[in-house]
Design a protein around this ligand. Structure first.
Ligand code: NIG
Ligand code: FE
Length: 422
């Protein structure tokens, strides 16, 4: 048989994460070939087809190859600095209390509204670079720190620009129902009307939103209000997802499942009924151990019930300036294991196969299988579990986006937060 490939990686170990394979889908002493940006062939070195030819051959030197990592829940585009809130929380002030005092999300809204497109982009790029250096090839970015049309659109344009300028696939999510902006204080329903009737249609018309999210919580929006947002999303044929059951059980998971949502995220207070609803709908449970860690929560998501019900579990950073200032998906994997007791294998499936599902991209991304987009990362590790085992160490030695290798550029420096006082 005559195989002509654009590129071939030899002498690698593969963790394919293919659903039909057991465990990590390990394939040792293997090779992987790429044609037209997609995986054309993979198998053991011994099975390399005789006469196979590749325009470029890369010696993988015994590295492990995984699907490119997917961070399926971030608020990485923001301005401002909230380390004062970190200090306050350490003094015993709760996240809810800070929000009620006008801090929290609203503090970031003030700073983000004041930031230009260029400022926001410059502030976000160092955080993005940190993720990309860890083998991230797909990144979800939410709005939700503007709350008015201009600023929400600006955030999403910055997100799109990141996808254009950087070697990463970006999926955008409109999170208008994140908090009630000050100009709508005491008029939450009117704000929801604005979200549904003005902002969302305008953003959709500009092609700025790939999905719609909301924050269903006592300090956020009620189920009835979220339902209005979901109905508006459906009218525009946009998929939905939800910040659900983070601080209390609002039965948001049942709601997002009923709307055929892509994912329900956080889930510390998820009930048995919520688990069943997610399982029945095939909605992904997105675990965000960074927020659990930074808020020093004590109530764990019902991991065993999710497992028993067969709910796919993704893991993401939730990177944001308040509850999870953590632009590291490897750190999220470690915390998912140490705090939530995921197995390292579940953590890796959670940042690859199930994270792809949480973005509605399972058909194209998330596993190493012929026909899928050739997004993958190369790691100097002995076993796939090493990715979750360490904290604060990055063994990524190469990244390939749609068949094109890029060096794992070190982060460029820059601030995780903006200047204080903004
Ligand atoms: O996912 N829970 C709501 N939204 C974010 C927090 C955003 C913020 O505090 O700025 C979250 O934790
Ligand atoms: Fe979030």
């Amino acid at each position: 048989m005559n195989h002509t490939w654009d590129a071939l990686w030899t002498h690698v170990h593969l963790a394919t994460l293919a659903p039909a394979a057991a465990g990590y889908g390990e394939l040792r002493d293997a090779a992987l070939a790429v044609r037209d940006g997609r995986i054309a062939w993979l198998g053991s070195m011994r099975e390399l087809p005789a006469g196979a030819q590749a325009a470029i051959e890369h010696d993988g030197q015994g590295c492990w190859v995984t699907p490119g990592l997917i961070d399926c829940h971030t608020h990485i585009v923001y301005a401002g600095n909230r380390s004062d809130e970190f200090e306050a929380r350490l003094q015993g002030v709760s996240y809810e209390e800070i929000a009620r005092r006008g801090g929290g999300i609203r503090s970031t809204v003030r700073a983000t509204r004041a930031a230009t497109f260029e400022t926001l982009l410059a502030a976000s790029l160092p955080r993005v670079a940190t993720l990309l250096a860890e083998g991230v090839t797909t990144l979800e970015i939410k709005s939700g720190y503007g709350l008015d049309l201009d600023t929400e659109a600006r955030m999403l344009r910055v997100a799109r620009e990141i996808g254009r300028a950087e070697p990463v696939r970006v999926r955008t999510t409109y999170l208008g129902a994140h908090a009630v902006p000050p100009e709508f204080a005491g008029r939450t329903d009117d704000y929801v009307t604005r979200v549904c009737e003005e902002v969302l249609p305008a953003l959709a018309a500009e092609g700025l939103a790939d999905a719609v999210d909301a924050f269903c919580e006592t300090i956020g929006f009620t189920r009835a209000q979220v339902e209005r947002v979901f109905d508006a999303a459906r009218r525009l044929q946009l998929p939905v997802k939800l910040h659900a059951e983070q601080l209390s059980d609002q039965q948001g998971s049942q709601l997002v499942a009923r709307h055929g949502g892509l994912s329900a995220d956080h889930l510390e207070w998820l009930s048995p009924q919520g688990v069943q609803a997610l399982a029945a709908a095939g909605t992904v449970a997105v675990l965000l151990p960074g927020a659990y860690y930074f808020l020093r929560e004590t109530r764990l998501p019902p991991l065993q019930a999710l497992r028993d019900a067969g709910v796919p579990m993704a893991v993401a950073t939730d990177c944001n300036p308040g509850t999870s200032p953590m632009p590291s998906l490897l750190a999220a994997m470690n915390l998912a294991c140490t705090l939530f007791r995921l197995t390292p294998q579940e953590a890796l499936a959670g940042t690859t196969r199930h994270a792809a599902a949480a973005l509605g991209l399972s058909g194209q991304l998330g596993t190493l299988e012929p026909g899928k987009v050739a997004d993958f990362a190369l790691w100097a590790i002995d076993r796939p579990a090493d990715l979750s085992c360490a904290l604060g160490f990055n063994p990524c030695v190469g990244v390939v986006n749609a068949g094109v290798p890029r060096a794992p550029r070190p982060p460029q420096g820059g601030r995780c937060f903006d200047q204080p006082g903004q």
